[in-house]
Write a protein that binds this ligand. Structure first.
Ligand code: FES
Length: 161
C-alpha cells in the first residue's frame, strides 16, 4: 500500500468506516492536501462503497472543498452588489495585478488562490475581503498590498519556527 493510501485509509478508519462520516473524512483530506485529490476520492469511494460520482457531488456542493489544488492561502473577494458599488471590482483587479493571476486561479508558487463570492452576508462592512479566516472590512485598493504582505510575513514566520 502506498503512503497516500495508508493515510487516506487512516482517515476513514478514524470514523469507523461509516458512510455518514463522509463530510468529516473529506474535511480531513482537504486539510491535509489543501484540495481533494482524485486518487484520494477513489480510495474513499471503494472503502465506503459510495459511488465516486456521489462523492464528487458532495465535494462540489460545499465551498470548503476544492477538486483543484489550492494555494496555502485562500483570498476571497466579495463581488456581491453591496461590495460591488463600493469598489469590489477594483479591489479584485488590484489582487489580480499584484498576484499576476486571474480570479479562480492559484499562484505558481502555490501560496495564494484568488476567488470571488457573490455575498458574504456582511454587506454593511463592505467591500469585504477574506483571507483564510481573516475578514478585512471596508477594504480599499491601498490595503491590498498590506493584506498580501501580512500573509506572506506569517508564512515566513511559520517557516522559521
Ligand atoms: S455584497 Fe459583499 S458581503 Fe454582501
Amino acid at each position: 500500500m502506498e503512503a497516500q493510501e495508508i493515510k487516506i485509509k487512516s482517515y476513514i478508519t478514524k470514523y469507523n468506516n461509516e458512510k455518514k462520516a463522509l463530510i468529516s473524512i473529506l474535511q480531513d483530506i482537504q486539510e491535509e492536501y489543501n484540495y481533494l485529490p482524485q486518487e484520494a476520492l477513489k480510495i474513499v469511494s471503494e472503502t465506503l462503497d459510495i459511488p465516486l460520482i456521489d462523492i464528487v457531488g458532495v465535494a462540489t456542493f460545499y465551498r470548503a472543498f476544492s477538486l483543484e489544488p489550492r494555494g496555502k492561502h485562500l483570498i476571497t473577494v466579495c463581488t456581491g452588489t453591496a461590495c460591488h458599488v463600493r469598489g469590489g471590482p477594483k479591489i479584485l483587479e488590484k489582487f489580480e495585478d499584484m498576484l499576476n493571476i486571474k480570479a479562480g486561479n492559484t499562484t505558481p508558487d502555490a501560496q495564494f488562490t484568488l476567488e470571488t463570492v457573490a455575498c458574504l452576508g456582511c454587506c454593511a462592512i463592505g467591500p469585504v475581503v477574506v483571507v483564510d479566516t481573516n475578514y478585512y472590512a471596508q477594504t480599499t485598493i491601498r490595503n491590498v498590498d498590506s493584506i498580501l504582505k501580512r500573509h506572506r510575513k506569517e508564512e515566513k514566520e511559520n517557516e522559521a519556527n
